[in-house]
Design a protein around this ligand. Structure first.
Ligand code: KG4
Ligand code: ZN
Length: 379
């Protein structure tokens, strides 16, 4: 085994403590994720202070496990990479402090990575006929369109590699809730488990997606100027309110309150037989509307910017209906669409080590004063 191009990635921006070793930005030697999901499920959402404390508890064993699984000594590493933002300040600081200490003690360079850039590289790092392969082998460096859709973000980026360096331009974003946030809030208000995405993904297949008509307002421009360059923004707070209104006007609350405690200990598939058809139809209609809106805006942007490849990443990219819908609609327009494998869709550190690789090659290292950037933007 050649011991070069080895980057240890560390990710702690939200509720997953993760470490991974990736060689040359592509070859995953280990990918360890300690999820805090069960703890936050008790509260129906991530509790920032508890997240920081859990990261502190988990970071050392998680990094040790990533190194052991890769079969490496710390001295073999070429660099340490860490998520610097966006995310929860206290959570980010745990990963950053750990990575800085390691880089200092080992006298290795430290690379700071934007979490959203990490999600994009989760797709780019995967080879064999995927967009990653096409992009890296492409003679001309053409832009791709990346939809990053998770619990905290719903962003569209034009991503382009020029002389080995990646450049990003934000061309769309949610103006209120992220798509994953809408999944989590709707699941919570219907008395389902946390996080809501996998629950609704499973249950929606048992309902009628046309039962409840949900509508999305068209957001074509930021500001009032109709001649401005179009933007491809999203809004997901309206559909959450529409679901709430449906629940209230259809007298669904007593059944929701009755099942909440029982469902906390169930797996999504075990809940199917315990739910009435009206709830399953409501979930199918919600998912169909959200997925339809994500696909429509993304394809509009792809056609506007004339891109040939779309990358979809982030936790919601694990959604089965989004995968099928995007693949089908993009194929009709002759556009390729790629998703990361499921383990790399949700938060992980392999994507951080992969995104760090071009920065490492370019000598783009973090300053010794690197701090957490909770609101950090990309592009
Ligand atoms: O990327 P991620 O792990 O963390 C953030 O950066 O936010 O994404 C977590 C989000 C949660 O909102 C979760 O409900 C959603 O991704 N999610 C899904 C699915 N799996 C996870 N949403 C829809 N369908 C899924 N299968
Ligand atoms: Zn994420």
């Amino acid at each position: 085994m050649t011991k070069s191009g080895l980057i240890l990635g560390i990710e702690s921006s939200c509720d997953e403590t993760a470490a991974s070793v990736v060689r040359g930005g592509r070859e995953v030697l280990s990918n360890v994720v300690a999820s805090q999901m069960q703890m936050h499920a008790l509260y129906g959402g991530v509790v920032p202070e508890l997240a920081s404390r859990e990261h502190l508890r988990n970071i050392t064993p998680v990094v040790r496990e990533a190194m052991a699984k890769a079969g490496l000594e710390y001295g073999d590493l070429d660099a340490i990479a860490v998520t610097s933002g966006p995310g929860l300040a206290g959570a980010l600081l745990v990963g950053i402090s750990f990575a800085k200490s390691l880089a200092f003690a080992l006298d290795k360079p430290l690379v700071a990575v934007n979490h959203l850039e990490g999600h994009i590289h989760a797709v780019l790092m995967q080879g064999s006929g995927s967009a990653g392969q096409r992009v890296s082998e492409s003679e001309e460096e053409v832009p791709v369109l990346a939809l990053v859709v998770s619990g905290g973000h719903t962003h569209l980026y034009l991503a382009e590699q020029r002389a080995g360096t990646w450049h990003y331009r934000n061309v769309g974003r949610t103006v209120d809730d992220a798509a994953g946030e809408a999944y989590d809030k709707v699941a919570k208000l219907l008395g389902l488990g946390y996080p809501g995405g996998p629950w609704i993904d499973t249950l929606a297949t048992h309902g009628n997606p046309k039962a409840v008509p949900f509508r999305f307002a068209e957001i074509k421009h930021r500001g009032a100027d109709p001649d401005a360059e179009p933007t491809f923004d999203f809004s997901f707070s309206g559909i959450k309110t529409a679901v709430l209104r449906y629940v209230e006007t259809h007298g669904m609350k007593p059944a929701i309150d009755a099942r909440r405690a029982e469902f906390a200990d169930l797996k999504p598939a075990e809940a199917v037989s315990r739910l009435d058809q009206e709830t399953l139809d409501l979930l199918a209609s919600f998912q169909s509307a959200v997925v339809g809106n994500l696909a429509k805006q993304t394809l509009r942007a792809a056609e506007h910017f004339d891109v040939r490849t779309i990358l979809v990443s982030g936790g919601v990219a694990a959604n089965s209906e989004l995968r099928a819908t995007m693949a089908g609609q993009a194929a009709e327009k002759g556009i390729a669409v790629d998703f990361p494998e499921l383990a790399l869709s949700t938060d992980n550190a392999a994507m951080i080590a992969a995104a760090a690789w071009p920065r490492f090659v370019a000598g783009d290292f973090a300053a010794s004063g690197l701090n957490a950037a909770p609101q950090q933007r990309l592009g």
